[in-house]
Design a protein around this ligand. Sequence first.
Ligand code: DX5
Ligand code: ZN
Length: 235
Amino acid sequence: MKERNFIINPSLLACDFLHLEKSLAEAEGAGVPMLHADVMDGVYVPNISFGFDIIERICSVVTIPVDVHMMTVAPEKYLERLRDAGACSVTVHSDLGDRDRIAGILKDIRSLGMKAAVALKPAFGAECVKDLIPLCDMVLVMTVEPGFGGQRFMEHMLPKIASVRRMADRENPKMSVQVDGGINVSNIGSCAVAGADNFVVGTSFFRSGDLTLAASELKEAAEASVGSITLTEEP
Ligand code: DX5
Ligand code: ZN
């Protein structure tokens, strides 16, 4: 029997930037085990979010890990800054360059003491990360086009989640499979059944009105969908 620990990972893109510290405290108070920070450079994606000083301030006031999703053309320039800011994990996109470039970035992330992850945009299949799985602590399957919160979940990404999970089961069973984009209580179960265990949730968490309730409903929906799988406590 498999053990699977489901992580609800709120995306700060949807939090109240005018009251960032309060939003962070409320998110952490809701009992989530990590937070997701989206860095966008306006080049890799058509949007600009926030940078390293903000991430550093975020990391300085929360006690849970901060997972950084780099939607930038040259993430390798900033790995040390992310480490210094307090990032726990760094995700880079698979289509930034050839396999050697991505493998080098993943190794550098790990050698700086952070967890390494690679992300697949909707147009890229699971085979694009096949050779990278041993270098990854996590693979992110995007369930929207990256760049903006509040988009609609792409159901046709489910088979890709299952393919990545199968590859990981063969080559790196401890690897996490993350989903990001349009996740809510109605679709989190199908992502969990497909093999995801780390769920980035922006709008459905921060705009829910009750963060504690949202976190527990999301986690329960994931757990209920995979009833036969034994669950473990949060780390
Ligand atoms: C989109 C980002 C997501 C986004 C998710 O490019 O990577 O993390 O904030 O937000 P929702 O859950 O609203 O789709
Ligand atoms: Zn993200």
